[in-house]
Write a protein that binds this ligand. Structure first.
Ligand code: MLT
Length: 234
């Protein structure tokens, strides 16, 4: 029997099991938006890790790796890049492999590792994700990264935007995400700026332009797909 599409939204990332056919990882502000930007500008791979010390240990073995990520929204001391998508231009990242550790987004990706396939979603690559789902059948877990273990509206909003294209909700969070997306009324940027705690925090530390950029739809036709230990351009 051919499986249909079953869409689950996880408002916070769950440790997924092998029965999940596809994990869609979302951290709008900013990890998955940054991963999309990195691959769009030619990065070869983005390898999420949990800790700063793991990142340094990997570079010790492979000196060509770029280290990227944030704690408290700010670049980590001794790293090459922070977590602003604007830092990931072609000159900096083209052909490079990037080890990334962020407060929540990279954890959401790592918690998805047992799924049969994993992709990264943001508003920046919205249509690439929708195109994949239109062709997909099986159990899909949409993993919202949240912030500091707390629910984040911006991730849930994107989950809602994605599932609103389909009539295959398999849990109440999926149906609730559709309602939140409807409530936003098409004004993604102002909805995020007005309602999202992490957007306000990022703006307060100088990253208001990142918030505005991460709310833009379809900047890139890029689908980050998990391969072995990180995301590559699919
Ligand atoms: C995270 O992983 O929590 C975020 O990407 C934090 C940030 O805004 O840089």
């Amino acid at each position: 029997m051919v499986k249909g599409l079953e869409l689950y939204v996880n408002p916070l990332p769950l440790e997924l099991e092998e029965d999940v056919d596809l994990a869609v990882v979302i951290d709008v502000l900013r990890a998955t938006s940054t991963i999309v930007s990195a691959l769009a500008h030619g990065a070869k791979k983005v390898l999420p890790v949990s800790t700063i010390s793991e990142a340094f240990a990997l570079r010790e073995r492979e000196p060509d790796l770029l280290l990227a990520g944030e704690r408290g929204g700010l670049k980590i001391e001794g790293f090459d890049l922070g977590n602003s998508p604007f830092e990931y231009d072609e000159e900096t990242v083209s052909t490079r492999e990037i080890v990334m550790t962020t407060s929540n987004g990279t954890t959401a990706a790592l918690k998805s590792r047992r799924a049969r396939a994993i992709v990264a979603a943001s508003f920046l690559n919205f249509s690439s994700v929708i195109s994949l789902l239109r062709e997909f059948s099986g159990k899909v877990a949409i993993q919202c990264a949240g912030s500091g273990g707390e629910f984040s509206i911006e991730d849930f909003l994107l989950a809602g935007a994605i599932v609103s294209d389909f009539e295959h909700c398999a849990n109440d969070a999926c149906r609730a995400a559709k309602i939140v997306f409807r409530e936003a009324g098409g004004s993604i940027r102002s909805f995020i700026e007005e309602n999202c705690g992490h957007a306000k925090k990022l703006s307060s530390i100088g990253f208001a332009e990142d918030v505005a950029f991460c709310a833009r739809i379809d900047m890139y036709n890029v689908l980050p797909v998990w391969s072995e230990n990180g995301f590559v351009r699919g």
